[in-house]
Design a protein around this ligand. Structure first.
Ligand SMILES: [Fe+2]
Ligand SMILES: [Fe+2]
Length: 493
């Protein structure tokens, strides 16, 4: 019988120490997916990991393993792609990419870390992929488990100054766009986070990457008959509310633009205005962002300044031509002004809001109402939110655009949780294919033994019983997914 060691040697013979290290990490995470910590294969995997790490470190204190533009870097040195190790590198790249992991800093103490710690690290890496925000979850778990010898690094920021890198990332993005709107969403989220991070530390920042993301989204929205990006915004698969809100507002505003036939250029403008509309909040103290108690006068003053501050930041801190920036100023300035101009900041004129400003206001309020917030753990359901907005039609919102918006979303947008008259829970999975927008397609959810839910069949709520002519299923009411611990994105992605 061929021993395990011989098998391994045969599989990975001729690898350089760095390639061997990558192979050992990959083998470790794969083995811990299947076997328990006391299994021989896991024990061997941990030993191999420790040994190959020690070999690479060769007396150094720590290893910086990074990914940039589909290549691994060891201590800033690019690892050449050789055919012998191509499959290992591409598998591990994919593994890192799925978790938003840009790299790892591994301290030399890892070579002596207890077996349970190394296994725990691999298990956490594996499990992070199932979390809404894998990186934040992973960082939190490693800290909670006191695994101090390893630090995950978020995906590397593209070098704004490098046109080559930008072109590479754009090409990658184009390929991604064809594959997964979810990825486009995640990349956009990341680009806004990066912009905001620079602004928060009072630095100027380029926006070319964000502009490319918006162009990609606009193409997806205009070319794809299926409203996939819209689903990304209504399903709400992300925890990071502050930035996910900006991306959702951008997407919703762009779809409204598409619904009323605006040209691509204006749709892109709506996207950028959506992404940047709340930039004025970067100067808010952390406590205000997370405040659960009543707001005092000072808080209210800061809040009312944020839309004006957004325009100030766009002018002063975004590196782009004056002409391009000029097109992004008005809608963010107007987004809290309301249709009747009674909002903030107070203005002395009676000129109506711009079309893009009116669109942005609808997208902004809808996303804010339907997302869980610090001070309101449970989000308001989509139908309730739309009902509330309808009450303010003509005062806060442009009545015609609001109608367009409701028609576009359907009364029950994708990801809405419904209870049917038979008591079943169901998730809206496709918009209505009949004339009645209140009768979408839904995915039935069945309770499982662990207190969770499993996917059932997809049914059309506009289907009628041929003998009686009445609807087979009726919607009793919309429910809050968080009450049932349901994450709609998990069932619909
Ligand atoms: Fe705002
Ligand atoms: Fe907002």
């Amino acid at each position: 019988m061929i021993t395990q060691k011989k098998q391994k040697q045969a599989a990975y013979s001729g690898l350089t120490p760095k390639e061997q290290f990558l192979a050992d990490i990959y083998s470790l995470v794969r083995t811990t997916k299947v076997y328990q910590a006391n299994n021989k294969r896991v024990t061997a995997g941990v030993e191999n990991f420790r040994r190959s790490l020690a070999k690479i470190l060769d007396g150094q204190n720590s290893l910086f393993l990074m990914i940039e533009s589909t290549h691994f870097y060891f201590q800033d040195e690019k690892l050449l792609l050789r055919s012998q190790a191509e499959h290992i590198q591409s598998n591990l790249l994919k593994y890192f990419e799925q978790r938003g992991l840009g790299g790892l800093t591994i301290n030399a103490t890892a070579t002596e870390a207890p077996l349970t710690e190394v296994v725990n690290f691999a298990v956490l890496l594996n499990n992070s992929v199932r979390q809404a925000n894998p990186m934040e979850w992973l960082i939190g778990q490693l800290a909670a488990e006191n695994l101090l010898w390893v630090t995950p690094v978020k995906e590397v920021e593209e070098n704004e100054a490098s046109e080559v890198a930008l072109q590479e990332s754009t090409a990658k993005l184009e390929a991604t766009r064809k594959r997964a709107p979810r990825k486009v969403y995640a990349y956009t989220l990341k680009s806004v986070q990066e912009v905001a991070k620079k602004l928060a530390s009072n630095e100027n920042t380029g926006i070319r990457k964000t502009v490319r993301m918006v162009q990609t989204m606009a193409e997806e929205i205009l070319l794809n008959e299926q409203p996939m990006m819209l689903a990304m915004s209504t399903i709400k698969a992300y925890d990071d509310y502050t930035f996910a809100h900006s991306v959702n507002v951008a997407i919703l505003a762009m779809y409204i633009g598409k619904s009323i036939g605006l040209p691509k250029e204006t749709i892109e403008r709506l996207g950028l205005c959506g992404l940047f509309h709340d930039l004025g909040k970067v100067v808010w103290p952390h406590e205000l962002l997370n405040k659960t108690t009543a707001l005092d006068d000072h808080d209210l003053k800061l809040i009312r300044q944020h839309s004006l501050n957004s325009t100030r930041i766009i002018i002063l801190q975004l590196n782009s031509s004056i002409k391009k920036k000029g097109r992004l100023l008005l809608p963010p300035f107007e987004h809290h002004l309301k249709y009747d101009l009674s909002g903030y900041p107070q203005i002395g004129w009676k000129r109506p809001l711009s079309l893009c400003g009116r669109i942005l206001a609808i997208a902004d309020v809808y996303d804010a109402l339907t997302s869980p917030r610090v001070y309101r753990k449970e989000a308001i359901s989509a139908d309730l939110a739309l009902g509330m907005m309808l009450e303010q039609s003509g005062t806060v919102f442009d009545p015609i655009l609001l109608k367009v918006f409701i028609n576009m979303l359907g009364l029950y947008p994708l990801g809405t949780l419904l209870r049917l008259d038979g008591g079943e829970l169901a998730l809206v999975s496709q918009r209505s294919t009949s004339d009645d927008i209140s009768r979408p397609w839904v995915l039935l959810l069945h309770p499982d033994e662990d207190g969770g839910y499993t996917k059932g069949t997809e049914i059309n709520l506009s289907e009628k019983d041929p003998t009686t002519g009445s609807y087979i299923h009726m919607i009793e009411k919309s429910m809050n997914p968080t009450t049932f611990n349901i994450q709609p994105a998990e069932f619909l992605s």
